[in-house]
Ligand binder design. Sequence first.
Ligand SMILES: Cc1ncc(COP(=O)(O)O)c(C=O)c1O
Length: 441
Amino acid sequence: MNSALALVERYFSATGGELRIGGMPVSILAARYGTPFFVYDRQVLDHKWSALRGALPTEFAISYSVKANPNGTLLRYFLSKGCGLEVASGGEFYQALAAGCSPRKIIFAGPGKTEPELEYVLKEGIGEIHLESLLEADRVANISEKLGVRARVALRVNPSGEAQGGAMRMGGKPVPFGIDEEILEAVLDRLLSSSWLDFRGIHLFAGTQILDYTLLLDQYRKGLEIARKVAGRLKRPLYTLDFGGGLGIPYFSNDQPLDMAGLRQGLIELMEELRSEPLLKGTQPMVEPGRFLVGEAGVYIARVNDIKVSRGRKFLITDGGMHHHLAASGNLGQTIKRNYPVALLCRLDSEPAETVDVAGPLCTPLDVLARSVHLPKAEVGDLIGVFQSGAYARSASPLGFLSHPLPPEVWVEAGQDYLIRRRGCYEDYLQDLVQLSLDRA
Ligand SMILES: Cc1ncc(COP(=O)(O)O)c(C=O)c1O
């Protein structure tokens, strides 16, 4: 079975060959909201939340990583589960507050935080800032002194070589993220010398889209080793130990879902180790996943607008493309471009009949949503869906390219659909950002 059909079976349903999301036929959603659009199924979110919560020992806290998908409805969903939020910009912090998150439940990680962003989050009383450089630590200390508030901070560590993994490596080599483990002690001494910095913990994040739980456990063990070293140097307990995100989902035909039972067993053992350390007994372990929680809940739906053949190759040209879904086009960090699971959403019961490329409407050969994919025979007007599109899809795409309308987002819950972001134009999007900076001033 191809991977799109397997996903339909696992998470969705079909009647008469037509996909239903949360019980809603996609043709009705497409008629109601127009194409292209994103749709998210609450039931899939429930499933993923339970899978993660069930795999983590109860002591673990979860902070949803807003960058994966910042839609306010999704943020509120996670807040209702008792989750915190991890943000990477003042804009994400603003959206977290707008969704009703207490500032104390927000952590701010990511390189290149600006002074206005730092001032904004400190004024609002952010939970923790995860420092990425010495200069950033100095900035936070200076702003804190100016505001007369002590900043709760943790240090993001770029671990030494081992325990790396994921499709996109973000640690263990020269990277702009975190502080190299090799200079950790010197940096710590400097942090501890500032009375404006309340040093609380350690943060690791070494890679995303990890499907091998043993690799995740290796990283977590590395985190524990660093935490042990740091607490030993401080001669006092650490409050927080953030193991990062990185849990993957299967996109491609050979991908296997994460073994959550294996992960759970390893984490139980890790917790025993953590609790056996006198200085880490009370430390709050946490993870900050994005993709794992939301990736599988979303489908990007576009309509076939033209069909043509060029020198023997057939192209389905859709009204959606890489400006809404850069990752599916293979241009978001993939070295090998492989197809996301795609299907003709109203022909799920038809056999594949042709090999086609699914191309978007942008004037670039990069705008291809699927290459050499086997699909039933398509007609103009057919709906095509890109599955696994809840994370790093809309949020990681060049939405302004070619000034197309921005795709709306729809939420389906218990057989009801709700528009959770209207179709906008790029100027609206900019206006939101302008408003953000005005609000900050
Ligand atoms: C600091 C940090 N935390 C969490 C995440 C979320 O990662 P994922 O979606 O792979 O769980 C990222 C992703 O880049 C990140 O940079």
